[in-house]
Design a protein around this ligand. Structure first.
Ligand code: FAD
Length: 264
């Protein structure tokens, strides 16, 4: 049977760009096809394709359709406004060393980017007695979207590691979830504060669900604690590496695939 043609990523245009906190750039993109996406998909990831500096829209569009594939990275839908066809994407500004961060820093109104997806929402059904949320800056969008979607009587903890006090942002979390902002000033040093705090939590009683994402070192330690030691079922534990110190995303994805095969 012939292989079906690959779906070409869809084009969206930048409308606004702003540093919402010291190290986070919010880029709002618009397109008519965004109106047709499901509602309530904040927290879902997608593949973002970005043009090279000075690349024309025509060349970028041709590359999206026919290759070579433009630079592609994974990001999260922070907000979606289906009625006007807009999404907000929150980028960690980690300088010009990666194509996605560099694009977010230089893009402006009417610039174009490509979109494939979205993937699934990370926590769709909420049934836990206790929620454990932990995120570094790259995973604040999924953590915030999850906290905002939780039932208002939810209980639990959220450890959010940010680069500077000025990176704290307003999140409408349930009152019963104790949100703690932890300052981790050097992103290229593995985080440890949320690991220490989660390790010190009392033994869980009743169902637990987690939304934990961030740098790969933190993820390994927390998967070990939550799934292996405390026995939270894998299906209730969203624990995902979003990037790895010293690796570009393609390299990190390969490492994740090898690790997933090894633990299957
Ligand atoms: C499901 C999923 C959802 C994600 N959602 C978001 C999101 O909404 N917002 C977001 O900012 N990131 C998000 N990420 C993480 C993002 O895909 C990676 O950080 C990606 O590597 C950024 O691409 P880049 O082109 O900027 O850097 P790359 O070219 O991939 O890497 C260049 C260098 O920068 C380093 N680096 C990469 N990310 C960071 C970082 N966050 N801080 C410091 N150094 C870094 C790398 O280790 C490497 O040395 C998500 C990842 C996944 C898997």
């Amino acid at each position: 049977m012939a292989t079906p043609p690959k779906r070409v990523p869809r084009i969206m245009h930048v409308t606004t760009k702003t540093w919402i906190t010291k190290n986070i750039i919010r880029v709002t993109c618009t397109a008519d096809w965004i109106k047709t996406l499901e509602t309530g998909i904040e927290g879902a990831h997608f593949k973002l394709y970005v043009p090279k500096p000075d690349q024309t829209d025509a060349t970028f569009t041709t590359e999206l359709e026919n290759g070579p594939r433009p630079d592609m990275r994974t990001y999260t839908i922070r907000h979606i406004r289906n009625h006007v066809g807009e999404i907000d994407i929150d980028f960690v500004d980690h300088g010009d060393g990666g194509p996605a961060s560099a694009w977010a820093r230089r893009c402006g109104p009417s610039d174009i980017a490509g979109f494939s997806g979205p993937g699934p929402i990370k926590l769709k059904d909420f049934y836990a007695d206790t929620y454990i949320v932990a995120a570094d800056m790259s995973a604040l969008p999924v953590a915030a979207a999850t906290l905002e979607a939780m039932p208002r009587d939810a209980k639990g903890v959220a450890f959010l590691e940010i680069t500077a006090p000025e990176d704290k942002q307003d999140i409408s979390a349930p009152e019963g979830v104790n949100v703690q902002w932890l300052i981790h000033p050097e992103p290229h040093v593995p985080v440890s504060q949320s690991i220490d705090r989660i390790n010190q939590l009392p033994e869980f009683t009743g169902p637990v669900q987690t939304c934990i994402a961030g740098e790969s070192g933190m993820i390994k330690a927390l998967r070990n604690e939550i799934v292996n030691r405390r026995g939270v079922p894998k299906g209730d534990a969203y624990i995902s590496g979003y990037w790895k110190i010293g690796l570009i995303e393609d390299e990190h994805q390969k490492v994740k695939q090898v690790e997933a095969r090894a633990s299957a």
